[in-house]
Design a binder for this molecule. Structure first.
Ligand SMILES: C[S@@+](CC[C@H](N)C(=O)[O-])C[C@H]1O[C@@H](n2cnc3c(N)ncnc32)[C@H](O)[C@@H]1O
Length: 472
C-alpha cells in the first residue's frame, strides 16, 4: 500500500532504513526534554480493569469533586465524565452501542483469550472510527486513515482477524477487517499515566515515524485531559544531534530475555543491537542464580556501577555503563527471574522493613537500571505480579524506582530508634536528598504526563518534609 505524502515538522525528516522501510531523523539539535511530536489517537480503548474508573472517551479518572462517572443509558457498559465526553464519544459509540453487550456475551467472544478479546474490541473501535470518518468526509479516507492503512503489517499476516462487533452504519470502511488487523498489533501503543498502563491506542503518524531501540533516545508519554482524546508526546531523553535517528522503546528494555520474543512475534524483526548481542553471552540453559548467588552478584554489580557498594556512599557513574561493559561473571544477574526476585524483596522490605535491607536491594535494582536504561529514562519500577506480560506492554507500577528509594530512606529515618546515632539519621537524610534530586532531574526532562499529581507531586511533598528537618 503506498504511503500518503507526509507533512512533518521542520525538525524531522524521513529517510530510508535498511530493514524497517524508513526512519525518522532530526534536522537540528533537539535538547533533552524537547517534545518532538504531539499527536492525537485515531482510536483508543480503556483496559478492562479501568472500566468504570475512567472515562471511556478522555480516559480521565472519575472526578472527585463531581462524584461518579455517568453511564451510557443505551448499553450501560460505557462510562463518561459528563454529557460533553459522552457526546464526543457518540460519533463512534453509536455504531456499536446497541450490539456490544450481545457481542461480548457470545460464545465466540467469551472463549477468546484475554489478549484476543482486547484485539477484537480494538479492531471494532478502528472499524467504527473509519466508518464515522467516511460518514463525515463523504470523500473517502482522510490522512490519518490513509497513514494507518499504509503502515507496515505485523507478523500476523495470514492470521485470521478476531470476530468484531456488528456496526450500525451505512458507511462501511473500504478496508477489510484483516487488512486493518495486521496493522493493529505492531502499531498499538500502551497509553500510560505515571507509568501504569490504562488503555491501548493507535497513533498512525507516530507508528510511521519511530522505530524501536533497546537504548532509545526518546520515549512516548501521554497527556490526559477532560473532554479531549489522549495525546501522545514523544520526548527527547537526551540531546539529539542533527542527522541522528530518533527511536523509542517498543517494549521495556529491562525484559532482556522476553524482549527478543516480542520483537519476533509482535513486531516481526530480530534485534541486532549491541545490548541484545551482549545478552547472548549469558548461558540461559543454566539455572538462574539462587538466593545466595543473587546476593553476591548484587554486591558485585553495585561495586561495578557505583564503585562503593555501601548505600550512603552511592554516586552514579560519571561515564556510561551498559550491558556490553558489564563483566561476564556478573551478567547472570540480568536474567529476568533475578529482577523479579529483587523487586519482590524490595517491595516487601520497603513496606514492612527492615529498611536497611530495602535500601541495599533497592540499590542493586538501581544499578541494574543504570546498566539497562539510557540516561533520564523514567526508571520504571517493576511489579512482579504483572508477569506474564501482554505482548507490547510495559512493566508499570509502583512507579519510578528512585522515588521509591527516597521514600524508603525517609521511612528508615522516621522509624529510627532512640539509641541510633545522630550520624545515622544524617546519613539517611543525605540519601533521601540524593535520591529525590536524581528523581527530580529525570521528571524535569520527562515533564508532566498522565493524570494530575503523580511523581512530581510526590517529590514536592517529600522535599517539603525534608526541608522541615533541615536547619533554615
Ligand atoms: C511502528 S512501525 C515503524 C515504522 C516503519 N519504520 C515505517 O517505515 O513505517 C513498526 C515496524 O517497523 C519495523 N521496525 C521497527 N523498529 C525496528 C528495528 N529496530 N529493526 C528492524 N525493524 C524495525 C518492524 O517491521 C515493525 O513491525
Amino acid at each position: 500500500m503506498s504511503s500518503p505524502s507526509l507533512v512533518l515538522p521542520e525538525h524531522l525528516s524521513l529517510q530510508h532504513h535498511q530493514t524497517a522501510r524508513d526512519k525518522v531523523v532530526s534536522t537540528c539539535r533537539l535538547p533533552a526534554g524537547t517534545v518532538i511530536l504531539s499527536v492525537r489517537s485515531l482510536t483508543s480503548m480503556l483496559l478492562p480493569r479501568e472500566k468504570g474508573r475512567r472515562c471511556d472517551f478522555c480516559h480521565s479518572l472519575a472526578p472527585q469533586d463531581r462524584g461518579r462517572l455517568q453511564r451510557c443509558t443505551g448499553c450501560a457498559s460505557y462510562w463518561y465524565c459528563d454529557a460533553k465526553c459522552q457526546s464526543l464519544h457518540w460519533r463512534t459509540h453509536k455504531k456499536y452501542c446497541k450490539h456490544v453487550n450481545a457481542f461480548c456475551a457470545e460464545r465466540q467472544f467469551d472463549q477468546l483469550e484475554s489478549h484476543s478479546k482486547l484485539d477484537a474490541l480494538l479492531l471494532t473501535y478502528v472499524l467504527a472510527e473509519l466508518s464515522a470518518r467516511r460518514t463525515e468526509t463523504k470523500e473517502g479516507d482522510d490522512l490519518d486513515v490513509l497513514m494507518f492503512v499504509s503502515l507496515l503489517p505485523g507478523p500476523v499476516e495470514g492470521m485470521d482477524a478476531p470476530p468484531t462487533c456488528p456496526l450500525s452504519t451505512s458507511h462501511r470502511p473500504v478496508q477489510t477487517a484483516s487488512e486493518l488487523f495486521v496493522r493493529c498489533g505492531n502499531n498499538n501503543f500502551s497509553i500510560h499515566s505515571h507509568l501504569t498502563t490504562i488503555a491501548h491506542g493507535v497513533f498512525p503518524l507516530a507508528s510511521r515515524l519511530f522505530n524501536h531501540s533497546c537504548v532509545p533516545n526518546a520515549v512516548a508519554k501521554y497527556r490526559i485531559a477532560h473532554a479531549k482524546e489522549a495525546v501522545m508526546e514523544i520526548v527527547a531523553l537526551r540531546d539529539i544531534v542533527p542527522g541522528e535517528e530518533i527511536c523509542i522503546p517498543y517494549v521495556d528494555p529491562a525484559l532482556v530475555e522476553t524482549r527478543q520474543q516480542m520483537f519476533r512475534f509482535t513486531y516481526g524483526f530480530a534485534c541486532i543491537c549491541p545490548s541484545c548481542a551482549a545478552f547472548k553471552r549469558i548461558d540461559t540453559s543454566q539455572p538462574a542464580p539462587d538466593k545466595a548467588g543473587l546476593e553476591s552478584l548484587g554486591t558485585s554489580l553495585r561495586k561495578f556501577v557505583f564503585q562503593d557498594p555501601r548505600p550512603d556512599k552511592t554516586r552514579l557513574p560519571s561515564s556510561p555503563v551498559n550491558l556490553e561493559t558489564v563483566p561476564v561473571e556478573i551478567s547472570p544477574i540480568f536474567r529476568e527471574s533475578c529482577l523479579t526476585s529483587l523487586c519482590e524483596s524490595f517491595s516487601a522490605f520497603s513496606h514492612d522493613g527492615p529498611f536497611e535491607s530495602a535500601l541495599e536491594v533497592g540499590l542493586t535494582i538501581l544499578a541494574f537500571y543504570v546498566v539497562i536504561y539510557p540516561p533520564n529514562y523514567p526508571q520504571i519500577g517493576i511489579f512482579p505480579s504483572h508477569f506474564p506480560l501482554e505482548p507490547g506492554s510495559f512493566l508499570c507500577p509502583p512507579g519510578m524506582h528512585l522515588l521509591e528509594m527516597a521514600k524508603t530512606a525517609w521511612n528508615a529515618f522516621i522509624t529510627m530508634e532512640g539509641a541510633e546515632t545522630q550520624l545515622s539519621g544524617l546519613k539517611l537524610l543525605l540519601q533521601v536528598r540524593a535520591f529525590l534530586g536524581l528523581s527530580r532531574q529525570i521528571w524535569a526532562v520527562i515533564g508532566p504526563e498522565g493524570d494530575e499529581g503523580g511523581p512530581l507531586a510526590e517529590i514536592q511533598v517529600l522535599e517539603r518534609l525534608l526541608s522541615e528537618q533541615e536547619p533554615p
